[in-house]
Design a binder for this molecule. Structure first.
Ligand SMILES: [Zn+2]
Length: 459
């Protein structure tokens, strides 16, 4: 009886299997492995080492399985039922996906202009551009533009509402195409400081201030960091000096105990800390507190360089931020003058500081990030070091070197391809022809492959 029942059950089960629609699979059964064989004309697998010609990158699902000499068309140890596809990039230069350590995804000048043109009552309400709903739509569009420009991982260092959290989560869940996003949420700032986005009439409202990332004194600043952590931030950003955008000068705005509280609290909860800093005094105070990166750093002096070198602190130069966005364009902007006067980037490079690639995209058009490469090379960096900065070094700053930054077996399949040789002419990186993120082809022959990747049902 028992045997018979089992047989009946088995019959029912097979009927259920047969009833699967074409292309479907029974629940619980994993899909067949998907192999992509990328035939690279030239492959720069590990920036900093010599590129190789006629190579194959073997990708299994979302990871790199092997790097082979020549253009191979088969996988010896492929799993049964595996699907194989060859991607012909034999006339292209293939390199790891690029990374930008400093973007602001919720806004850009074109949108600020649009706000003014459509007659918003407060088009330049400080720090509150695309608040909420509009910030999310902006972030979806701009994240995609960063990916199309070859940036498979970006770090958002301050979009002052929760819009970018939603976009990051949607990308991570596979609901839409976009770069991997690490985000800071609201930048931490002091009352009246660069990055204080709390509306004037709420300045006395403790809860609003903390939620906006505004704090005074170590205890409040600990709480402000913990608030962003609770929201799900991946990194903590704080503005330790004034800035150009807020017209608050370039001098220190935080006391040493506030800087120490912010950095120590970030580290306590396992997050890195990034300091927006111009004044050399503020740069050194942040380095003393153990900050992970100095953003901008235009006024970096020799003592600061020596301290950063000893501590292993990264510089994120954002040379692109020296060029003010068109809406605010003014002759001889102070940022360009200071950059040229202090030559911090050139001296930091000569001293062998760790330099991560960061642009401040959002203060100019998203998707133009690669202009930073030309500026870096223009100021004396070799094209190889500039590419290494945007891959190996930025991955190290992000703490994801084991997963990304080079094309090696076991790592996530994030790669881009261009026509031409970026080591001979760095400007070719402005024209990214092919983008793969996590084994998914996002751009091919210069075009994004699909408008958006909305699954019918979220599994
Ligand atoms: Zn910025």
């Amino acid at each position: 009886m028992r045997v018979l029942l089992t047989a009946v059950l088995l019959c029912l089960l097979s009927a259920a299997v047969l009833a699967q629609p074409a292309g479907g699979r029974p629940p619980g059964q994993t899909p067949p492995d998907r192999y992509l064989l990328i035939h690279a004309g030239t492959l720069l697998a590990v920036p900093g080492t010599r590129p190789q010609t006629k190579m194959t990158v073997v990708i299994r699902n979302d990871r790199i399985a092997a790097i082979e000499n020549g253009h191979v068309t088969a996988v010896a140890d492929a799993t049964p039922g595996a699907v194989l596809q060859v991607i012909d990039l034999s006339d292209r230069f293939v390199l790891p996906g690029l990374m930008d350590a400093h973007v602001h995804l919720w806004d850009e000048p074109s949108f600020s202009r649009h706000r003014a043109e459509r007659g918003d009552r407060h088009p330049s309400w400080p720090g509150k551009p695309g608040t909420g709903a509009e910030g999310a739509v902006n972030a979806m569009i701009y994240a995609r533009r960063n990916l199309a420009a070859g940036f498979t991982t970006v770090r958002d260092l301050g979009s002052d509402d929760q819009s970018v959290f939603a976009v990051r989560n949607a990308i991570n869940a596979g609901r839409m195409i976009g770069p991997r996003i690490l985000l800071a949420g609201s930048a931490i700032a002091v009352t009246g400081g660069h990055g204080d986005t709390t509306p004037m009439d709420r300045t006395g409202d403790g809860a609003t201030r903390i939620a906006d990332g505004t704090c005074d004194g170590p205890m409040e600043c600990r709480k402000a960091v913990r608030y962003q952590y609770k929201l799900g931030a991946d990194v903590i950003k704080f503005t330790s000096t004034g800035g150009f955008g807020s017209n608050t000068g370039l001098e220190p705005q935080l006391f040493p105990d506030e800087i120490q509280a912010i950095v120590a609290t970030a580290h306590l909860v396992g997050l890195k800390a990034a300091a927006h800093a111009y004044s050399p005094v503020a740069i050194k105070e942040a380095v003393r507190a153990g900050v992970d990166s100095i953003e901008h750093g235009f006024l970096l002096d020799d003592e600061g360089i020596a301290m950063m070198k000893k501590a292993g602190t990264f510089l994120v130069p954002t040379l692109s931020a020296s060029y003010p966005p068109p809406v605010f364009r003014i002759p001889d902007p102070p940022s360009v003058r200071l950059r040229n006067e202090y030559r911090a980037f050139e001296r930091a490079y000569a001293a062998g500081l760790k330099i991560a690639f960061g642009t401040d995209a959002g203060t100019f058009a998203h998707g133009d990030n690669a202009k930073e490469f030309e500026l870096m090379v223009g100021f004396g960096m070799t094209p190889m070091d500039a590419i290494r900065s945007a891959t190996v070094m930025t991955a190290e700053l992000f703490g994801i070197s084991a997963e990304a930054g080079t094309l090696e077996p076991g790592k996530i399949a994030d790669l881009v391809a261009v026509k031409g040789d970026p080591l001979a002419s760095i400007a070719v990186l402005r024209r990214i022809d092919f983008v793969m993120k996590s084994g998914h082809i996002a751009k091919q022959d210069g075009r994004m492959t699909e408008p958006f990747n909305y699954p019918a049902v979220v599994e």
